[in-house]
Design a protein around this ligand. Structure first.
Ligand code: 13P
Ligand code: SF4
Length: 298
């Protein structure tokens, strides 16, 4: 099956992108693994004709926004993101009417139609820089309340918070973390900004998934507690074979990030199944918000 995928990737002039949470066999096959920001940048730069996105729907949509002339395939249509579904364009428009005019900073974990209503996008890797790049003092951040609170505590801006959250990160408790820290007293605790504020208070480092891979690689420390989706442990261990990584809680698994299988990828490439295409009337305004973020991050 893996040979078949390699052959099909060549035949179709395709590139395979995988998020850091994807299962090991998919990460091993991919041309590039990364966090949401790295994958967006790669999707914008590649000259491949087809992008097979191993992640969730909002990531494939972002690739389609950036590369309208390429075919973007999501091997499983049901790989979504519950947090992205916590804000609809209608609800956002209603909320914005209740507030004085202000820029909207939208986490990439959102639908293309919500991005289309936004001033600029952000990821977990650049949220603070994105907010600080804006002149206005009051800013609306959607949909992740935890990322918004974390950003708010690291800027002088007044942040208006949307009540969305990632069910995987939001269920990590300070008690879980304290217990894991007791079991591994020398380990550095790295947490993702999608975690709750009381968890982030206990963290030594708060950063994106690829930020954790870089931090662990550069650190002199030998052991790390990982406060994010458990799929990242494989990427961390592969990049740092001499170091030890422990999940902050074993329950942090995102079922959506585990839906795509090797068989799904082969079928998708063979029959060009699972195309994701953002309609032009949504793509154009969404592109402005995504491109503004990419320009800032490069
Ligand atoms: P990053 O890889 O950008 O840190 O994002 C985490 C995430 O939840 C993606 O769904
Ligand atoms: Fe969405 Fe959370 Fe899964 Fe990421 S880990 S795809 S934010 S539900």
């Amino acid at each position: 099956m893996k040979e078949k995928i390699r052959r099909l990737l060549k035949e179709r002039k395709a590139i395979m992108l995988a998020h850091n949470y994807q299962p090991p066999e998919i990460q091993d096959l991919a041309d590039l693994c990364g966090d949401s920001l790295e994958l967006s940048i790669k999707a914008a730069q590649t000259d491949a004709e087809v992008i097979v996105f191993c992640g969730v729907l909002f990531m494939a949509e972002t690739a389609s926004i950036l590369s309208p002339d390429k075919t973007v395939l999501l091997p499983r249509k049901d790989a979504g993101c519950p947090m992205a579904d916590m804000v609809t364009p209608g609800d956002l428009e209603k909320k914005l009417k209740e507030l004085p005019p202000m820029p909207v900073v939208t986490y990439v974990n959102s639908s293309a139609s919500v991005k289309a209503l936004s001033t600029i996008c952000c990821t977990s890797a650049n949220a603070i820089d994105v907010v600080n790049s804006l002149d206005e003092k009051e800013i609306m951040m959607v949909p992740d309340r935890n990322l918004a609170m974390y950003t708010g505590s690291n800027t002088k801006k007044k942040i208006h918070i949307w009540e969305g959250f990632c069910p995987v990160h939001d269920r990590l408790t300070p008690e879980d973390c304290k217990k894991t820290k007791e079991n591994h007293p020398d380990a550095v605790f790295m947490a993702h900004p999608e975690c709750k504020p009381d968890v982030l208070e206990l963290a030594d480092v708060t950063t994106s998934t690829s930020g954790m891979i870089r931090y662990a690689g550069e650190s002199e420390k030998k052991s790390f507690i990982v406060g994010t989706e458990v799929g990242l442990l494989y990427s961390l261990q592969t990049a740092n074979p001499g170091k030890k990584f422990y999940p902050a809680s074993a329950g942090m698994e995102c079922i959506d990030m585990k839906r795509i299988t090797i068989e799904d990828i082969a079928r998708s490439l063979e029959f060009m199944e699972g195309e994701v295409k953002v309609p032009e009337n949504i793509r154009r305004p969404a592109l402005k918000a995504v491109q503004r973020m990419i320009d800032l991050s490069q």
